[in-house]
Design a binder for this molecule. Structure first.
Ligand code: ADP
Length: 398
């Protein structure tokens, strides 16, 4: 089957057309600056150079139309007609408590996703617009919703409740939901394959370290805890997000600097994390690593705090599962930075973690990077959320 995977953001749209039988990408790309001056589609047919096509995209429907045209046009095209797309898999950020797995999209599902908008005001509305645009342009093509929160719905109550009045959970569903679920599930399943064990026998910790970063505890194949919370702001120190802070500092800064709540939240989401810690130097770990190697204080400070926080979560999740068999690193930073893996693992000697430094320098494939006799296995597993969405979509249609 040919599955079109769509990940629709507020001003961007990423897509991949995947042949689910061969599990191969046929074409992929990204529409940027939707609704803004200078919008463009960066498109790549597998095996060919990237092409940039500039064209006004007033709204998401014109972006989807441009993608579908590129996929079918002579020259750029990879399929003869839109009817060759068997289904569309949509990445949806928040499924609340309603969705613990992927679903075929119908009117009731759309309504339920809409009800989750207040929990993810930046993401769910854009996701819905993407679904609507596809439905209008491809009527009759089955659509599937794959949720970032779904995998974490197996967390027990003690892991997802906050220590605040219980009525807020009852009234407003304020609780930990967790995100990056598609990635955590994919990586945990690959790790079990790599270790040659059944997922039901393993206690794994998955560190998804990208611009957004989260850790999860996956016990016997199910998520039992994760570091992101009601929103993706909680947990690890990220590119620009603060992760865990004392909530009282919100009022303190607001008072000291005469700022509104919204402004403080903006600071915690966009000006904090390693960007903030490095004094505004960079949110990109490649820059921070360069600075670290040059012995510059801003790089050193940000990277050490990032590694320390991550190691603390690994310790906490080891306790949550009463042990750990394997620790997995994934996403842009987790897959590519031997330095950050080394810095994090340097805290984990008590778990018998010991890296094979030669293995730790490799990249691009599933790898065990711990020494053969290490007490806890450490792995690098490139994530593939699009493939996971295509698989889910296919499975639901079959
Ligand atoms: P997201 O999907 O959340 O935007 P990614 O998973 O693409 O994030 O990861 C982006 C992060 O990965 C960036 O901070 C980038 O600096 C980091 N990264 C990518 N490649 C490397 C590399 N070779 N070395 C260090 N960090 C890298």
């Amino acid at each position: 089957m040919n599955i079109l995977v769509i990940n629709c953001g507020s001003s961007s749209l990423k897509f991949q057309l995947i042949d689910s039988g061969q599990e191969q990408v046929i074409a992929k790309g990204l529409c940027e600056r939707i609704g803004i001056e200078g919008s463009r589609l960066v498109y790549q047919k597998t095996g060919c150079e990237k092409q940039t096509m500039e064209a006004p995209m007033k709204e998401h429907k014109s972006a989807v139309k441009m993608v579908l045209d590129a996929l079918t046009a002579p020259g750029t095209g990879v399929i003869k007609a839109l009817s060759r797309i068997d289904a569309v898999g949509h990445r949806i950020v928040h499924g609340g408590e309603r969705f613990s797995s992927s679903v075929r999209i119908d009117g009731a599902v759309m309504k339920a996703i809409e009800e989750c908008c207040e929990l993810a005001p930046l993401h769910n509305p854009a996701n819905l617009i993407g679904i609507q645009a596809c439905m209008e342009l491809m009527p009759g093509t089955p659509m599937v919703a794959v949720f970032d929160t779904a995998f974490h719905q197996t967390m027990p109550e003690e892991a997802y409740l906050y220590g605040i009045p219980y009525r807020y959970y009852e009234k407003y569903k304020i609780r930990r939901y967790g995100f990056h679920g598609t990635s955590h599930a994919y990586v945990a399943a690959r790790a079990a394959q790599l270790l040659g064990e059944a997922p039901g026998k393993l206690k794994l910790i998955v560190c998804h370290l990208g611009n957004g970063a989260s850790v999860s505890a996956v016990k016997y194949g199910r998520s039992v805890d994760t570091s992101m919370g009601m929103t993706p702001l909680e947990g690890l120190i990220m590119g620009t997000r603060s992760g865990d802070v004392d909530p009282a500092l919100i009022e303190f800064i607001a008072h000291k600097e005469g700022r509104t709540l919204e402004e403080i939240l903006q600071i915690l989401n966009r000006e904090s994390g390693v960007l903030g810690l490095s004094g505004g130097f960079s949110s990109d770990f490649r820059d921070l690593e360069d600075a670290f190697h040059e012995g510059r204080e801003e790089g050193r400070r940000a990277m050490k705090a990032f590694a320390y926080r991550t190691a603390k979560y690994i310790g906490a999740y080891t306790a949550a599962m009463n042990g750990v068999d394997g620790i997995c690193f994934t996403a842009g930073l987790g897959e590519n930075s031997s330095l950050i893996r080394d810095m994090i693992c340097s805290y984990l000697g008590y778990l018998g973690v010991c890296l094979d430094q030669e293995q730790n320098q490799k990249r691009g494939e599933d790898l065990i990077i711990s020494a053969p006799d290490a007490g806890t296995k450490v792995m690098v597993i490139p994530t593939n959320e699009e493939l996971a969405i295509a698989r889910e979509t296919c499975a639901l249609l079959e």
